[in-house]
Design a protein around this ligand. Structure first.
Ligand code: OSB
Ligand code: MG
Length: 401
């Protein structure tokens, strides 16, 4: 398929005006969490958020500024990316987009760089950089924000998004005791009425915790996320995962290694509970291979994909994955990386696509951060309203706040 056929097929609207990149600037902000968040890999209480800003100029001289977000963690816990690798990779991306030497990038553009004419040729300029998806995703976000402003529409219109509200779930971090854990669940259900709860688990903090939740909340939509903490070749670990079948869970997210697809399909084929892949899906190719493998093992009805735009290198790839899953009857939802209000809002625009058919990780048990860069999208009783303002539609955006 050529690029305009592909965009037509995806229902994505292309930029029709040549855009000259004037300047790229990278903003960085240390953001403190409202409360520490613990997964099977680490407990953290602050994050550095990186915001690429791209200034474009149209042929008629109009200036449009787009802003994106890179949402890595602070160390290579979740995958190899962290805020240091993102900064490094951004140097190469800026080099590719501005034509300035990678050791002397200043954000300005070298003479004679041709204008950007559409999303695919924009992405092609830095496609040669292997990996570093979180860096790429923030750059792509800035492009979409600018093109939406140019067309005077919210980003979801460019992406073919139809939903006006999207269901929001919460991700509950590990706690030292079952009591502390249940308090978080109480907030999620009692105060926030989230549309589903996801809880972090790891060996030793799994069945007892889930049992306690189910005792108090037999009916809620509940799922678990292990962030690669179980060894799928260890029969004891597989037996624990099998025990989850007794608790009516929506899914078990990434129990096995972050870089595995094969063992997730083969070793867990006997489980009733669907398996959701997060860490091990980095692109559309991985998605196709997972679907094929699950089909070969006759378990494709028990495959779910968590799409995180930062993890898969951006929004167009996210839309490709969502479309492919939909065509194969595989459910998808949008995960989170503890993004700031900007990154969360861009995820919400993505969720307005109808293929995204399960609640995502969009809210926390308290505001994510002590101070945020904009108002968070409006949340009420399990649903988030998709912003309808131009671009991301952010309110009170301020990086200095
Ligand atoms: O695995 O989904 C994950 C946070 C950081 C890194 C990985 C994950 C998470 C979450 C929280 O579960 C998602 C969120 O609310 O942003
Ligand atoms: Mg996860």
């Amino acid at each position: 398929m050529n690029s305009s056929d592909e965009l037509l097929y995806l229902g994505v609207f292309e930029n029709k005006t040549p855009l000259h990149i004037e300047r790229i600037k990278i903003h960085k902000k240390l953001m403190n969490l409202s409360f520490p968040f613990e997964t099977s890999f680490a407990r953290f209480d602050s994050l550095i958020r990186i915001f690429p800003e791209i200034v474009f100029r149209t042929e008629s001289g109009e200036i449009i500024t787009g802003m994106g977000e890179c949402s890595p963690l602070s160390a290579p816990w979740y995958d190899y990316e962290c805020h240091r690798t993102v900064e490094l990779a951004l140097n190469y991306i800026i080099f590719a987009l501005t034509g300035k030497s990678v050791d002397n990038i200043d954000g300005n553009v070298a003479e004679g760089m041709p204008p950007v004419t559409d999303i695919i040729s924009f992405l092609d300029r830095f496609k040669w950089i292997v990996g570093h998806n979180m860096a790429k995703s923030g750059i792509e976000g800035a492009y979409w924000d600018a093109v939406a402003q140019l067309n005077n529409v919210p980003v979801l219109k460019l992406w073919g998004g139809k939903r006006t509200t999207v269901p929001a779930g919460t991700s509950v971090g590990l706690e030292p005791t079952i009591d502390a854990f249940i308090k978080k669940i109480d907030i999620a259900i009692g105060e926030l009425s989230v549309s589903r709860v996801k809880v972090k688990v790891k060996p030793g903090k799994d069945i007892k915790y889930i049992e306690a939740i189910r005792k108090k909340y037999p009916e809620i939509k509940l799922q678990v996320d292990a962030n690669a903490a179980y060894d799928l070749l260890n029969p004891e670990h597989v037996a624990i995962l099998k025990e989850f079948d007794n608790y009516n869970l929506l899914m078990i997210e990434q129990p096995g290694r972050n870089d595995d697809i094969f063992d997730h399909s083969r070793q867990l084929a006997d489980l009733k509970t669907p398996i959701c892949l997060d860490e091990s899906i980095l692109n559309e190719m991985h998605t196709r291979q997972a679907i094929e493998l699950w089909r070969q093992n006759s378990v494709v009805s028990k495959l779910i994909i968590n799409i995180k735009p930062p993890r898969v290198g951006g929004f167009l790839e996210s839309i490709r994955i969502a479309k492919m899953c939909h065509e194969n009857g595989v459910s998808v939802w949008c995960g989170g990386m503890y993004e700031s209000a900007l990154g969360k809002t861009s995820n919400i625009h993505f969720c307005s696509r109808e293929e995204v058919n399960l609640p995502g990780d969009h809210i926390s048990q308290a505001p994510y951060f002590k101070e945020n860069v904009a108002d968070s999208p409006i949340y009420n009783a399990g649903e988030i309203t998709v912003p309808d303002g131009v671009g991301w539609g952010l309110k009170n955006f301020d990086l200095k706040a």
